[in-house]
Write a protein that binds this ligand. Structure first.
Ligand code: GP9
Ligand code: MN
Length: 684
């Protein structure tokens, strides 16, 4: 640059600086305008019309932005400008990182993701395809801002003297008052713009979003980008520090003793004839959305609701007393219970809150035993934090919505018929033995099926949610029929353990609709059993052990069952379930539900709202009537212990500690053994 040009540039920088000091908020307004533009661009770039910023979103983002920068007014001109530049750089980077992450994972970056870089690492290979020249708009302002920052930091000190001279003319206290009043004003406006609108959303259309926490993008949809990251940091600190359950050494060793006793129970069953009877088989497991048990074997208008599953009873083990054990985490809870054999937590989802904690989940164990492992679910990969959780569960690959061809649109996304077929295209080519886990979606509330797929005549249930539910279940059953045919055609039916189970209830609250379908009034017990029982089928090679099995079991028993059949010992694993398909039935088995209810097949205990065990109801199943509480008291305490211990283990990451202890004990044993032997290997 010529000296004349340098002078001109310097003079204009200097004039700008003096004006910024005089007009106070001009730099702040420029900053806010630029960041608002970037926030808008971000909402536009993530390319989903439902996330595009509308007027209200803009007010929420502006509110969050004011909260981010109001304090810069406390600083003198140079400090304020530097602070705003730093904020601009940070926000631009965060937005751009979010954009890249979104393009791959359909999710936003959260604190746990940042702390677990292995997930971000998987972007590595595809980073080239995730960048676009248009992205330059996120940094275009830096062409001006970077030289200005250099000027302000290194060269502008002299010019600031001029600004300071101007400042000295008016009294210092007046300046201070102006700063405090201005920043307080920005803070108040920011708070009101942000919180009044977010709170209104929480009361109305966004109800439950912060409780369920099922998808970061749903939260973004309410809070905007800045608000989401603020909330995410708050959520992380609250969960890991403020609300972190502290477990004493004594509680930890009690929990260890409890879970080891479960291991001993499973270990004792390893003498059973079925242990290892299907060693080396593939495992194909299907989790069926909202697939309850009450419609299995039932008909409407002369048509069976689930003809294919009904047929399967002849060739598979059908568990007629199988319970879901889910809570607020719904589909993700069922997945966790079934694959990791621990109780889901009461509030929120383990997938979302404790994805980084250690568990003994089926994909990891099978991978360690030479299996290839894949999971399929044709919905956004970020939903229920699946990308992160599946990475930690050691699946080789997660096939989410973006991997499927949307050639059959049903409900939320791809129809289950096409979902199964496209998943099977992958499974067929998979290295054997394999563990493949498929999670269906077509029968998701509110059960809207295309007219061409409404194949039942549901009579007077037509137009009701129950009618729609039965149509959806009928469709899923047909899809399952096609899946079984495909497995047979590919020679997989007789070398694969095939498991299909429902994830949770169908959320239909109107009991009259159930009574209408079942043609009888339902007692409190029957209602509860209908609500909690889901379908469960296990097909074994050569159709062995086919028929109805009436022993009680639940989702926590799935992984222990599969391991039992494969002959993989779980005696030393940390799981709460026990195998449900054994020649010797497990004694005293009871299924503990997440709300504190339990059943052993004879009694069904329903807890009361006040949590006092004695105030609950102890139903006698055969009599279909509440009986003497004494029959349930002891077992209700045990059920409570199971939930309490499981929560401690899950929430405080105790399996990690147990494993460390085991390694330390093994090392100590080796050392001790070494010391006890002399140089010739003889005991001293
Ligand atoms: C979406 C699906 C949602 O991926 O898991 O099911 P839900 O948890 O709402 O039952
Ligand atoms: Mn579900």
């Amino acid at each position: 640059m010529l000296p004349v040009q340098q002078n001109i540039a310097r003079r204009s920088m200097s004039t700008l600086l003096v004006w910024l000091e005089r007009l106070k908020a001009v730099d702040l307004i420029l900053f806010a305008a630029v960041i608002m533009a970037k926030l808008y661009l971000f909402s536009d770039f993530i390319g989903m019309s439902k996330f595009k910023m509308n007027d209200k979103d803009a007010i929420i983002e502006l509110g969050a932005l004011l909260l981010l920068c109001f304090w810069t007014l406390w600083l003198p001109a140079r400090g304020r400008i530097i602070a705003l530049i730093v904020l601009n750089v940070i926000v631009s980077f965060v937005l751009y990182a979010d954009l890249i992450y979104f393009r791959y994972f359909q999710d936003l970056i959260s604190v746990p993701v940042l702390l677990q870089l292995s997930q971000v690492d998987s972007l590595g290979g595809s980073i080239g395809t995730l960048l676009s020249w248009n992205d330059i708009v996120f940094f275009i302002d830096w062409i001006f801002i970077i030289p200005f920052a250099v000027y302000v930091i290194w060269l502008g000190r002299r010019d600031l003297r001029k600004a300071n001279e101007h400042r000295r003319k008016s009294s210092v206290w007046l300046k201070t008052v102006v700063r405090i009043v201005l920043s307080a004003l920005l803070f108040t406006v920011g708070t009101s713009f942000y919180f009044s609108n977010v709170n209104e959303a929480k009361r109305t259309w966004g109800q439950g979003i912060f409780v369920g926490n099922w998808w970061n993008l749903s939260i973004y949809n309410v809070t905007g980008s800045l608000g989401f990251h603020g909330y995410d940091v708050y959520r992380y600190v609250k969960q890991n520090y403020l609300d972190a359950a502290t477990v004493t050494a004594e509680q930890s060793s009690e929990a260890k003793a409890w879970i080891e006793a479960r291991g001993d129970l499973r270990g004792a069953l390893e003498q059973d004839a079925l242990f290892g009877a299907y060693a080396g088989s593939n495992v194909l497991m299907v989790q069926l959305e909202a697939f309850q048990n009450f419609m299995i074997g039932k008909s409407i208008g002369g048509q069976e609701i689930t003809p294919n599953l009904n047929k399967l009873i002849g060739t598979s083990a059908y568990f007629s007393q199988f319970y879901h054990q889910t809570s607020q985490g719904r589909t993700s809870d069922a997945d966790f219970a079934a694959n990791c054999s621990m109780q889901p937590v009461m509030n929120g989802s383990v997938f979302v809150q404790y994805a980084s904690h250690e568990f003994d989940c089926m994909p990891t164990t099978l991978k360690n035993n030479g299996y290839s492992t894949t999971v399929f679910h044709s919905y956004e990969g970020g939903f229920w934090n699946r990308n992160t959780m599946y990475n930690n569960m050691n699946y080789d690959k997660f096939y989410s919505l973006k991997h499927f061809n949307l050639d059959e649109k049903v409900g939320w996304a791809l129809g289950d018929k096409s979902f199964f077929q496209q998943s099977m295209d992958v499974v067929s080519d998979q290295q054997k033995p394999f563990y493949s886990f498929m999670i269906t979606l077509s029968s998701h509330h509110p059960y809207t099926m295309p007219d061409t797929e409404k194949k039942l005549d549901v009579g007077n249930l037509k137009g009701t949610i129950m009618g729609d539910y039965l149509q959806a279940a009928h469709y899923v059953d047909a899809a399952l029929g096609e899946l079984v045919d495909r497995m047979k055609a590919e020679g997989l039916w007789d070398n694969t353990i095939f498991v299909a189970y429902g994830d949770h209830d169908n959320s239909i609250k109107d009991w009259k609709l159930f009574e209408n379908f079942l043609g009888k009034p339902l007692s409190g017990l029957e209602r509860e059993m209908i609500l909690k029982q889901v379908a469960m089928f296990v097909h074994l090679p050569r159709d062995e052990h086919a028929g109805t099995h009436a022993n009680v079991s639940g989702q926590l028993d799935i992984t222990p069952t599969v391991m039992h059949l494969l002959g993989i010992s779980t005696a030393d694993q940390f799981m709460a379930g026990t195998p449900m398909l054994t020649e010797q039935p497990a004694e005293g088995k009871k299924v503990v539900l997440r709300n504190g209810a339990f059943t052993d097949g004879t009694f069904f205990f329903m807890p009361s709202g006040d949590g006092v065990i004695g105030n609950g109801k102890c139903w006698n199943i055969a009599a279909n009537a509440p009986g003497d509480m004494d029959a349930c008291l002891g077992a209700a305490e045990e059920a409570r212990t199971e939930l309490y211990v499981s929560d401690q283990i899950v929430m405080s990451d105790l399996i990690k500690d147990f494993r460390k202890q085991a390694v330390a004990e093994a090392q100590a044993a080796i050392t001790e053994g070494g010391e006890a032997l002399d140089i010739n290997g003889q005991k001293k």
